[in-house]
Design a protein around this ligand. Structure first.
Ligand SMILES: Cc1cc2nc3c(=O)[nH]c(=O)nc-3n(C[C@H](O)[C@H](O)[C@H](O)COP(=O)(O)OP(=O)(O)OC[C@H]3O[C@@H](n4cnc5c(N)ncnc54)[C@H](O)[C@@H]3O)c2cc1C
Ligand code: FES
Length: 268
């Protein structure tokens, strides 16, 4: 059940490249929140703006230095709302509505290895997922793509918590030069389809490419979708995507039926 709370910023760390990690106190919300779910956050100073959607990045226990009962959000500065969020100091007040939407489920086949595919700030939901899956099956493998070194926040965290991290950058500053879908396709080609379960989050073109690659090799693929959201709880219909499972209208709401959807469900 979503809660609408006003809470306190505990820390707001600049991670370089316009990426930040904000931590806030939310012990009751933390008990309900699942990886892949999101919040609508109202930012002080931006009262004229709509609340903004952000995924949960850290649940209690995800980050060793996280405060008890705190949640973390990894975000990148894009416009007015995220710039104001980045300016907040510890002690600032935030309004947070959540948990919202449907999050990630564990792999359908408990023996399958989770494979995270992230594009830049699309890495945000994966620390919480990695922590939730810890010791429940094979350790996750990660394919992490970005424009350059500055767009790989939490890379060290993923290197510590995943069995393997393959990095690709468009400028070649870290890892292989190119797109993340290239080494991913090589993995899928050399693996039994039911030995892997893909989880992807990032820009829309990357999600489409990952979905197409997964389909080609018959591997299950769950996508954490993004959409422009006005309400975040199913009323405005501003976030809809065409799906095969929708009723006669042909569309489902990313904020309620998603943001995590099985790739094959989408009628792209
Ligand atoms: C379910 C969900 C989860 C999200 N999780 C995260 C997260 O964990 N971390 C994070 O940094 N961002 C996340 N986002 C994106 C985040 O909501 C936007 O970056 C934010 O709303 C931008 O607000 P703003 O006021 O700074 O920018 P605005 O002033 O509203 O827009 C500035 C620019 O950013 C673009 N923009 C706005 N919204 C989005 C969007 N959803 N995706 C891409 N570009 C956008 C606009 O087109 C515009 O060019 C998520 C979005 C959704 C729907
Ligand atoms: S954001 Fe309003 S219905 Fe999804």
């Amino acid at each position: 059940m979503p809660q609408d709370i006003t809470t306190t910023v505990l820390r707001n760390l600049a991670l370089g490249g316009g990426n930040h990690l904000v931590e806030f106190d939310a012990p009751e919300m933390a008990r309900e929140m699942q990886p892949g779910q999101f919040f609508m956050i109202g930012i002080p100073g931006s009262e004229t703006l709509l609340r903004r959607p952000f995924s949960v990045c850290g649940l209690p226990g995800t980050f060793d230095d996280g405060a008890d009962g705190a949640l973390q959000v990894l975000y990148k500065v894009y416009g007015t709302g995220t710039a104001l969020l980045a300016s907040l100091k510890p002690g600032a007040r935030l309004s947070v509505l959540g948990p919202l939407g449907r999050g990630f489920e564990p792999p359908d086949n408990a023996a399958a290895q989770p494979v995270f595919v992230a594009g830049g700030i699309g890495s945000a939901p994966f620390p919480a997922l990695a922590a939730t899956l810890r010791d429940k099956g094979p350790a996750p493998r990660m394919y992490y793509g970005a424009r350059g070194e500055a767009d790989l926040p939490l890379l060290d965290w993923f290197r510590e918590h995943c069995a393997d991290v393959v990095v690709t950058t468009e400028d070649g500053s870290v890892g292989e030069r190119g797109r993340v879908t290239e080494p991913l396709a090589a993995l899928l080609e050399s693996s039994a389809p039911d030995s892997l379960h893909l989880y992807a989050c990032g820009p829309d073109p990357m999600l489409r490419a990952v979905a197409a690659t997964a389909k080609r090799y018959g591997v299950i693929c769950d996508l954490a979708l993004e959409a422009h959201m006005a309400c975040g709880f199913g009323v405005c219909l501003g976030c809809v995507v065409p799906t095969h499972t929708a009723g006669p209208m042909g569309y489902e709401r990313v904020c309620v039926e998603g943001p995590v959807m099985r790739a094959e469900r989408l009628a792209w």
